[in-house]
Design a protein around this ligand. Structure first.
Ligand SMILES: *Cc1c(COP(=O)(O)O)cnc(C)c1O
Length: 372
């Protein structure tokens, strides 16, 4: 057996749309019906008024912070346990990232630690809904309102995940998504910034296309970027949107199967779904505790021998050499993030994973443990 950690699943509709974009020559990021259709359907799916499609999740995050005018001297509070893109967006703009340790249940930002990190320079909080489970947003929004801060969600792993019945990404000011090949829905490469704020959306839409002048096209008032999603990519996104609910349902079914088969394995901490949450299980993630008998790294190596692909958790931003070289986070301690970074892995999580494959993975885990 060979079971990769992830394989994308694309349908006929996606193919037909790409063919249309191709055959009509609408292949760039400035022409074609799929760009605005994708922006509108995705934003409205998330409960936001406006969507601005970009080339990646990273560029969506960068664009979002730029559109809100984040820059040098500003501080942005974010979870240390994340894809580096969240932190890079802050650094690209010359602002200062301030990272918060994770909590051990959902592996998200520990909301109880946010307030102590706020200073007079803090401008925004960026919660990251890690591996598909939402952050506990109400207390976070309360802190943000008390200190007059923006909340910009990094929902790159959590399309369709819900907090108290509302979809993530539009729970306060804005949200950012990725449509990389392994995300909940994909355009190959791509991203989107969503917001309720018309002014910010218009500004972001202009910034993403080099901030061309409104009256005199080649006279620029703002520092723009070329972060335009092409119509070819948006064509895939429009096709994927037709299936998003069934994709999420399949993700949840794969997770439920894993949890049923792994629940009695000693020393594994399985992913949770808090009573207020709908987890979309972007990846089926778990922790390998000491009681399991072998380390996370050894388990990953042994699973590889069985043809099973896995991936380890993110290493916290506070532990990244690139940021230490810049003088950031040098003395910062995030013990929970460090612990889960060492113990966490995710199992194969493709949509088309069969019941037999899930059972094969779980059998491999129990037999590796039994051999100790
Ligand atoms: C994937 C991801 C990103 C970056 O998205 P890209 O499309 O790869 O640039 C940002 N944040 C999180 C949490 C992610 O998982």
């Amino acid at each position: 057996m060979n079971i990769p950690v992830f394989e994308p699943s694309l349908g006929r509709e996606e193919f037909a749309n790409v063919e249309e974009a191709f055959s009509t020559g609408a292949i760039s990021g400035t022409f074609g019906r799929f760009i605005s259709e994708f922006e509108e359907t995705f934003a409205s799916y998330c409960g936001a008024k406006y969507g601005v499609a970009t080339t990646s999740g990273t560029t969506a995050l960068h664009l979002a912070l730029a559109a809100y005018g984040i820059g040098p001297g500003d501080e942005v509070v974010l979870s240390t346990s994340t894809n580096i893109a969240t932190c890079l967006a802050v650094v690209y703009l010359g602002a200062t990232p301030v990272v918060i340790d994770a909590e051990r249940r959902t592996w998200n930002m520990d909301v109880d630690r946010v307030e102590e990190a706020i200073t007079s320079r803090t401008k925004a909080i960026m919660p990251v809904h890690i591996y598909g489970h939402p952050v506990d947003m109400d207390p976070l929004i309360e802190i943000a309102e008390k200190h007059n801060l923006l909340v910009i969600e990094d929902a790159a792993e959590a399309h369709g995940a819900e907090y108290k019945g509302r979809k993530v990404g539009a729970l306060k000011d804005a949200g950012c998504f990725s449509f990389y090949a392994n995300k909940i829905i994909t355009t190959g490469e791509g991203g989107m910034f969503i917001t309720h704020n018309e002014k910010v959306a218009k500004h972001a839409a202009s910034l993403k296309t080099l901030a061309f002048g409104e009256e005199v096209r080649f006279q620029h008032e703002h520092l723009g970027y070329n972060y335009r999603m092409s119509n070819l990519h948006a064509a895939l996104g429009v096709g994927q949107m037709k299936r998003i609910d069934s994709i999420i349902e399949q993700k949840r079914q794969v997770a439920a199967r894993y949890s049923t088969l792994l629940t009695n394995v000693k020393g594994l901490t399985l992913p949770v779904e808090e009573p207020w949450a709908k987890n979309v299980y972007w990846m089926y993630a778990l922790l390998v505790e000491d009681e399991f008998g072998i380390s996370r790294d050894d388990l990953m190596a042994r699973l590889r021998e069985h043809g099973i692909g896995t991936r380890s958790f993110f290493i916290g931003m506070h532990a990244q050499p690139v940021f230490h070289k810049m003088g950031l986070f040098r003395d910062q301690k995030c013990p929970v993030a460090d612990d889960i970074a060492q113990r966490g892995l995710y199992l194969p999580s493709s949509l088309n994973l069969t019941d037999e494959e899930v059972a094969y993975v779980c059998d491999a885990i129990t037999s590796i443990q039994a051999e100790q």
